[in-house]
Design a protein around this ligand. Structure first.
Ligand code: ARG
Length: 561
């Protein structure tokens, strides 16, 4: 049963749908006030009455029934208490029967959502700066699929540009096949850094020539380029595997090489192109933006040009309902320009494109982040966190089996959660110790709570005690936990609506807190009969919610910890 919907249908307001009212229902901070509250301020204008009067009028009109136990008006709010026994049975039965589908829905109706995330650069380090785009994008991908959309994960590879000419020049001069094959991305990156430090004018000229050769389809130049690309992709795949990240397309910037000319033509036909110092631009001054550079004076395309072609290609190929770009806020202007140019081209679907911007992640641990000017590779952060997780586990639970496997789930999860637990636009400083705190607002805390639930359930199973959903009025701790469990589907929905996976993180942290309170206050295995069966059901439901939520975030759960 959907309590919000049920309550909403009892409140007829002209011109406001039950769905809108359901959206307005909030959960009061103090459970003593009620389980749901409706602020009546919104209706004051249409109903031409004060919120206080409206709340009183509604309260008088609604009579309690099987579902609604009590309705009261207070300071312009309408407070509802729902029938706890009914709520308990309903919520529990639903979670137990839906299991790993609990929280999912078909609200998406198969509509396509393209999500551009991670979008790594070939031959460049996969560094800490790519953490957020990768894990936030990956989470959104799973969340949209869970809600019945068809998500298309796109890794818009940075595989176009003069740097590849430089790389080939450097390889030709200093490279060694064996070494590059062995060292992979690290060896490639070294060559690139060396070029930037040491190249003279002659080498620069060579680099330009190699770039031209790649562009003109020269066999050797392209073979080298493809080799560098495959080494980079093999490397990033190892990180994607650890973070549980997948893609449906790796069409990167290069893929649009032959798809830009028609875009430029269209811009020309629509009189949107202007010449400026030899370059071709779209004037965006009327919209308070600097000009969008489409072609450089030497005719070369730009990042923006390729994004224009990519957007059009995606729309034609996938017929998306939404196209998301999970990219750092530093590129705000780029996406504003991109969307504006598409709009000027008459693509009305430009309104369906969203820049999902996020803040910066830096490391608290300065010692490691510098390494003399070098960037922090994400791989190193993962390994370090796993190592630390291993030490923490060793200390907490020396007899734990499979410590390495558990440490991997805990350590990698902690890094991912670092980028998933706060409002995404916030800049954050990652601290290993904070992220691995068992009692903090951490993924470890969630995993640990889950393992605690698992251990109770395993014990019950070993003793042949089943869980059940009897008719029973829950105590305060149980009721609060139940209400929180019931809120999970809404949190998933809102995470999708706001492109904010942290709403799921928040919901899970609240769930874990209330479970632990319940665990301390209510005996589970020492209880008897119906009460024990009910508490076991509550324990199982909690584990389901935590597991489902963590799975959406891409974080695994060990059976024991
Ligand atoms: N490779 C780019 C970078 O590292 C991000 C690409 C984002 N996606 C896009 N369609 N522009 O900055």
């Amino acid at each position: 049963m959907d309590y919000r919907q049920y309550i909403a249908e009892k409140i007829p307001v002209d011109g406001v749908s039950a769905q809108e009212i359901a959206q307005l229902l909030s959960v009061p901070p103090d459970p003593a006030m009620g389980d749901y509250a409706l602020p009546c301020f919104k209706f004051a204008k249409t109903m031409r009455k004060s919120p206080v009067a409206i709340a009183q009028e509604f309260a008088a009109a609604i009579s309690p029934d099987d579902v609604i136990a009590e309705v009261t008006a207070l300071n312009g709010y309408l407070n509802f208490k729902v029938n706890k026994a009914g709520l308990a049975k309903d919520v529990l039965a639903r979670i137990l029967s839906e299991g790993e589908r609990y929280g999912s829905s078909d609200m998406g109706g198969g509509k396509v959502v393209c999500i551009d995330y991670s979008s790594v650069n070939i031959a460049k380090p996969f560094h800490i700066g790519h953490l957020s785009t990768t894990v936030i994008g990956g989470a959104l991908y799973r969340i949209f699929n869970f809600l019945g959309y068809r998500a298309v994960g796109i890794n818009h590879l940075g595989d176009y540009g003069t740097q590849f000419g430089k790389l080939i020049a450097a390889y030709k001069k200093w490279g060694d096949k064996e070494r590059v094959q062995q060292g992979g991305i690290h060896a490639i990156n070294e060559l690139y850094v060396r070029f930037n430090n040491e190249a003279d004018e002659a080498m620069e000229a060579e680099a330009r020539e190699y770039f031209r050769l790649i562009e003109s389809g020269d066999k050797e130049a392209n073979e080298l380029f493809d080799w560098f690309k495959s080494l980079t992709l093999a490397y990033v795949q190892t990180i994607y595997d650890r973070l549980h990240i997948t893609f449906d397309s790796y069409a990167g910037e290069r893929f649009y090489t032959d798809k830009m000319a028609p875009v430029v033509e269209e811009l020309q036909e629509k009189h949107l192109l202007k010449e400026s110092e030899g370059a071709q631009i779209v004037d965006l001054e009327p919209y308070g933006m600097p000009p969008a550079l489409i072609l450089r004076s030497d005719g070369a395309s730009l990042y923006l040009t390729r994004d224009l072609a990519a957007a059009i290609y995606r729309h034609e190929t996938y017929h998306f309902a939404k196209c998301l770009y999970v990219v750092a806020y530093q590129q705000n202007l780029h996406f504003k320009q991109l969307f504006k140019v598409l709009e000027l081209m008459g693509r009305d679907w430009a309104k369906d494109m969203v820049h999902v911007a996020y803040g910066m992640v830096s490391l608290e641990d300065g010692a490691m982040s510098t390494r003399k000017g070098k960037v922090v590779w994400l791989e190193d952060v993962l390994s370090r966190c796993v190592e630390k997780a291993r030490a923490v586990l060793e200390e907490k639970n020396p007899s734990l089996e499979n410590k390495d496997d558990v440490a991997e789930l805990v350590g990698v999860g902690a890094v991912a959660f670092g980028a998933l637990c706060n409002n995404k636009i916030k800049d954050i400083t990652f601290s290993y110790d904070r992220a691995l705190n068992f009692d903090g607002e951490t993924s470890v805390y969630l995993q640990y709570t889950c393992a605690r639930a698992s251990s109770v359930l395993a014990k019950a199973q070993a003793e042949g005690i089943a869980c059940g959903v009897p008719d029973l009025t829950p105590c305060a701790a149980e009721a609060e936990l139940l209400k929180q469990l019931a809120a999970f589907p809404k949190a998933v929905e809102q995470a999708a609506e706001k492109y904010e996976p942290s709403l799921i993180s928040r919901c899970l942290l609240d769930t874990a807190k209330l479970f632990n309170k319940f665990y301390l206050e209510c005996k589970i295995m020492q209880a008897e009969g119906d009460v024990r069966a009910f508490r076991l059901a509550l324990t199982q439901a909690t584990r389901t919610v935590l597991k489902n939520g963590l799975a959406l975030l891409g974080i695994g759960v060990p059976e024991k910890m």
